[in-house]
Every structure is written in C-alpha cells, then in structure tokens.
Ligand binder design. Structure first.
Ligand SMILES: [Zn+2]
Length: 310
C-alpha cells in the first residue's frame, strides 16, 4: 500500500501568459520538490484525460463543449479577466480532471491508501456553468461525483484549505445532502463567497472565513472547532482535499500567515477522519499556491503526511 502521485506533461503546457500567477513554473516547482529521494516511494502514474461523462456530472455538456471549442488555435483567449486559455489549455484541463477521476478509482479499488494529483489548471472556482478564477473544470468535484455515482459511495466530502473560497465546489454540492464541502479561506477576498451563513441544504456546507493576517492559531481553531466535528458527523466514505497552498505567509495573492507545519497538521487531521469513517481513503488535488518556494515546501509537507499514513 502506498501513496500515488498523478500528473501529466500536458498540465505544464497550459500557459495563461507571461505575467499570470498561475504559471507552469508552479507545477515544475512541485514536481521538482517531489523528485527528492524521500519521495522515491510514491507510486507515479500518468493522468488520463477525463471522459465527457465524468465531467458532465458537474458541468452541463453544453458548457464543456463550449469551453473546449473556445480553446484558441494560437495565442490567448480570456474567459474572464483572470482565466486565460492558450492552445494547450483544453488538454491540460482534461488531464487535470482525469487525474482526480483516476486517483479516486485507484484508491477505491484499494491500489493505494491515498493519492495526490499534481495538476493544473486548478478547479475549485469553476461553477457548473461558469469557468472563472484560473479554473476551467472543477477537478475535485468531478472526482467526488465519480466516487458517488460510479463507485456507489454514500457520502463524499471535500475539504478545501486553499486561501480562496471554493465557490464552484460549494455551488455543485449545496443542495445535495450526500456531498459535504468545508472550506477555510481568507475573507474578504476573491471570489467573495464563503460566509458562515452559507450552510447548504442540511448543514453539508461549512465555511470558516478567516480575517487577513490570521495565522496558525486561528486556522487550527477553525478546523478543529468547526470543520472536524461536522465532518465526523457526516461520516464520509471518502475524503477529497482541495489542496491550495496560497494561505502560506509568503504567498503574494493573500494575507494569511500559515506555514508548512499547518499543512502537515491539517493533512494529519483529515487522514484521521478518513481512517475512522472511510477506510483511510483520501484523494488530494492541487489548487492554488503562488510563491514557488512556499508552494514546493508546503506540497512536500502535505505529501510527507499522506505517505506516513500509508
Ligand atoms: Zn487560491
């Protein structure tokens, strides 16, 4: 039993432009960190493209087709001010979603204890009918729906510690009591959603907004005091993680003061919940993180915790 690492070279080809923070250099930094000898035990797998049927559990087919048709033959096209497509973006998005689908399949099949998807573009801002915030398809939600619909898991949870609220995941999960979404995020901050009174249809949404300059203490209190009790009460049969590392104190896009030790800690907490309710099944996928050194160190801390659980 082991930890799997899913990635694909296509995810390096998505290039939203020279000055865009969501750059290919992010994924290169992550992969370089995970090439260290201590990660030799990872089971490395190539991420397949997601099938349209898998994406269509989250996004209307019309939307998916429109998005793929919008991919330019050359140059760049903006979906919104932040979400830019280049000719390689469609394939990158398909492999990013396909990574989470394949990771869910492998972990449910017992091929590994848990898995991490080192992919981009990220996904948690993508709403069912709207790409936004650097995100085209909602990778983590596509994986969660795969777990429920194809593998028949009764209850599936996504925990999102990216510094931004995952409005897209919340939108897909809001009215479905078999799905659970919890997020810590800086507030106020893009995209402006994620207040505590957004609680879903059955308390299945838990938001922990944190003020600018909140750090380890506030983050851990929010996770321990609000997210973990609700998550344990939900009794997830699988735990997915939207692993964004832009809450790091070095990150240029936000003002939280987390560090690598906080990411190791929250990973251990989520593994503990998964052991109790979900036979240890955890699938994590990369979201944000824009300081390359902090991103690399934080991802390494996250992977160390995942591997220690194996
Ligand atoms: Zn983010």
């Amino acid at each position: 039993m082991t930890t799997l690492l899913y990635t694909h070279p296509a995810c390096l080809d998505h290039d939203p432009g020279d000055y865009h923070p969501e750059s290919p250099a992010r994924l290169r930094a992550v992969l370089e960190a995970l090439a260290a000898p201590e990660f030799a035990g990872l089971g490395r797998r190539q991420a397949p493209e997601a099938a349209l049927d898998d994406i269509a559990r989250v996004h209307p087919r019309r939307f998916v087709e429109r998005m793929l048709a919008a991919v330019p033959a050359s140059g760049h096209i903006g979906i919104d001010a932040d979400t830019i497509l280049c000719p390689a973006s469609g394939r990158a998005a398909l492999h990013a979603a396909g990574a989470v689908v394949a990771a869910v399949d492998a972990v449910v099949a017992g091929e590994a204890d848990n898995a991490f998807c080192a992919v981009r573009p990220p996904g948690h801002h993508a709403e069912p009918g709207r790409a936004m915030g650097f995100c085209l398809f909602n990778n983590v939600a596509i994986g969660a729906l795969r777990a429920r619909e194809v593998h028949g898991l009764a209850r599936v949870a996504v925990i999102d510690f990216d510094v931004h609220h995952g409005n897209g995941t919340q939108a897909r999960f809001y009215d479905d009591h078999t799905l659970f979404y919890a997020s810590t995020h800086q507030f106020p901050l893009y995209p402006g959603t994620g207040t505590q009174d957004e609680t879903g249809i059955s308390g299945n949404i838990v938001n922990v907004p944190l003020p600018p300059r909140a750090g380890s203490r506030e983050f851990r209190l929010g996770v321990s005091g609000e997210i973990l009790p609700a998550l344990n009460a939900f009794r997830p049969e699988m735990v997915l993680i939207s692993a964004g590392f832009d809450g790091h104190k070095s990150d240029p896009l936000a003002q939280l003061l987390l560090d690598e030790s906080d990411y190791a800690w929250v990973t251990e907490q989520l593994l503990e919940v998964a052991r109790r309710h979900a036979a240890g099944r955890v699938v994590s996928t990369l979201e944000g993180g824009y300081d390359l050194a902090a991103l690399a160190a934080s991802t390494a801390a996250h992977l160390r915790a995942l591997m220690a659980a194996g």
